[in-house]
Design a protein around this ligand. Structure first.
Ligand code: KIV
Ligand code: ZN
Length: 529
């Protein structure tokens, strides 16, 4: 069977989703998970966007793209010399580096965005693809907004890109405008009309503005494309991109129709989906295909009856094929640090030293309270421990009072990066609101709470609560934060503080008041009525 390359752009197009910004540590963790998933290419970022983006791409190239079996590490660049140089700086340490450069080809973009003529676009593509080729062997070119471009002009640009050295031609439906029959015909037209197209890899990159991204990508593959650009959970600009799990599982489940294969380890799909959701703060809808919480749930009596008689009645794939079954950790509260370390290493977290000590301490606290600690619990604990960049404030103490009788109150104590401890008490409409008001009084980050979600990591009343918040700063940018704890107020406070810390890291705002808090002498505490 012919191979379809899976090009994952979660760290580039996916990260362009509003509020999905990830820290370098998170990007590295996602890249490692993508390598374990066995994607062919990781688009690690857009190095010209900022020094942080460049550093993150460099770290991924140096730590994930290290050997011959590792994925290709790709950096995006506009068709401009400085962008291409930054992209090369980002990926050059990888064993198999790739530069992906793009320029729009639709008349709409030429007239209103680029203010270039068609001839100028042709000249720029020839020059910039050749320049990229002088630095790196593996060059991908994308004609942005190909879905709305004049096919004849598109063929001309693509031919020039091939002549200048491009080895992959990626065809984006940038605004998710086309329908599957149109997109399939576009790929077939390119294959048949562009000289040299049969000697390069054709790729599809579809956006989901009309909910057609996966259908369009599959239509392109049926028409001859052999690379699909996709993201985990389908995240990406606006309505997102074709989702990796949907494209891969369609090819896998309908093998007779596609007669194609990917090298993806499908049993990793659920884990990677959870990881990306947690790193980006973007929840996966319950009815999302393949990785949603209800993707394998059967509710109606008729369906349940069918399932009991034969699974194939209502299931076209098994949950274990996509890793949707929980492995119960056989460790209990008497288990040791070494056993925990071994299980974490199996899950892809080879922890040691202080980090392992901290996770072990939290594991023990949970194992004391619960009968079982699942792999999902463990992953949330590890993720919760990942260091955030520039944490300006950390939770140092929290006390809440709530219930039907009094007013919900919260006292929050924060420790700043300067070591000073500040405390504040507030009342609110509920304990979370009161705690958030107290935090607002201590941290000057201008933030509107847009979204607050809480879900339990596993089943049961004693489950870990996982809270995700999204906040908007006064410049209109969206930031997220997540926290996990068996106490959901504590998890809520961690989530909110992480989001605020991201604002503080980008804006540099730190509240000077109220004055640092000094604990009262013990005598005074005792004599307080
Ligand atoms: O959607 C798009 O056109 C892109 C290109 C940069 C490939 O993301
Ligand atoms: Zn895109």
């Amino acid at each position: 069977m012919e191979h379809v390359r899976i090009f994952d752009t979660t760290l580039r197009d996916g990260e362009q989703s509003p509020g999905a910004t990830m820290t370098s540590t998170e990007k590295l963790e996602v890249a490692r998970a993508l390598a374990r998933l066995r994607v062919d290419v990781i688009e690690a970022g857009f190095p010209a966007a900022s020094p942080d983006d460049l550093a993150a791409v460099q770290a991924i190239a140096a730590q994930v793209g290290t050997d011959a079996g590792a994925p290709i590490i790709c950096g995006l660049a506009r068709a401009a010399k400085t962008d291409i140089e930054r992209a090369w700086e980002g990926v050059r340490a990888a064993h198999r580096p790739r530069i992906h450069t793009f320029l729009a080809t639709s008349d709409l973009h030429l007239q209103h965005k680029l203010r270039m003529t068609r001839d100028e676009v042709c000249a720029r593509v020839s020059e910039m693809v050749a320049y990229a080729k002088s630095l790196c062997d593996d060059i991908e070119f994308s004609p942005e907004d190909a879905g709305r471009s004049d096919p004849t002009f598109l063929y001309r640009v693509l031919e020039l890109a091939i002549r200048a050295g491009a080895t992959t031609l990626n065809i984006p439906d940038t605004v998710g405008y086309t329908t599957p029959d149109e997109f399939g015909a576009l790929i077939a037209g390119i294959r048949d009309n562009v000289p040299g197209a049969k000697d390069v890899v054709l790729s599809v990159h579809c956006h989901d503005d009309l909910g057609l991204a996966t259908a369009n990508a599959l239509a392109g593959i049926l028409a001859g494309a052999r690379q699909a650009e996709v993201t985990i959970n389908g995240i990406g600009e606006r309505a997102g991109n074709s989702s990796l799990e949907e494209v891969v599982m369609a090819i896998h489940t309908r093998a007779a129709k596609f007669a194609l294969s990917t090298q993806i380890d499908t049993t990793q799909l659920t884990r990677v989906s959870r990881l990306v959701s947690s790193c980006t703060g973007m929840a996966v809808q319950a009815n999302k295909a393949i990785v949603g919480a209800n993707a394998f749930a059967h509710e109606s009596g008729i369906h349940q009856d069918g399932m009991l008689k034969h699974e194939a009645t209502y299931e076209i794939m098994r949950p274990e094929t996509v890793g949707a079954t929980q492995t119960q950790l056989v460790l209990g509260k008497h288990s040791g640090r070494a056993a925990l370390a071994a299980r974490l290493a199996e899950l892809g977290y080879p922890l040691q030293g202080d980090v392992l000590d901290r996770v072990f301490k939290r594991f023990k606290e949970i194992a004391d309270r619960r009968k079982q600690v699942t792999d999902a619990d463990l992953e949330v604990l590890v993720r919760d421990d990942l260091p955030e960049l520039d944490e300006a404030f950390q939770l140092d103490g929290l006390h809440v009072g709530c219930g039907a009788l009094g007013m919900p109150t919260a006292t929050v104590r924060l420790r700043g990066s300067d070591g000073a401890v500040r405390a504040h008490a507030s009342i609110g409409t509920g304990p979370v609101d009161a705690a958030y008001k107290a935090i607002d009084a201590l941290v000057a980050a201008p933030a509107d709470l847009l979204e607050y979600t809480v879900h339990s990591v596993t089943e049961g009343i004693d489950a870990l609560g996982h809270v995700t918040v999204r906040v908007r700063d006064d410049r209109g940018r969206v930031f997220h934060g997540a926290g996990a704890d068996t106490d959901i107020i504590v998890a809520s406070v961690h989530a909110y503080l992480r989001a605020l810390n991201r604002i503080v890291a980008t804006q540099g705002v730190v509240k000077p008041s109220p004055p640092a808090w000094t604990p009262p002498p013990a005598d005074e505490l005792r004599s307080t009525p």
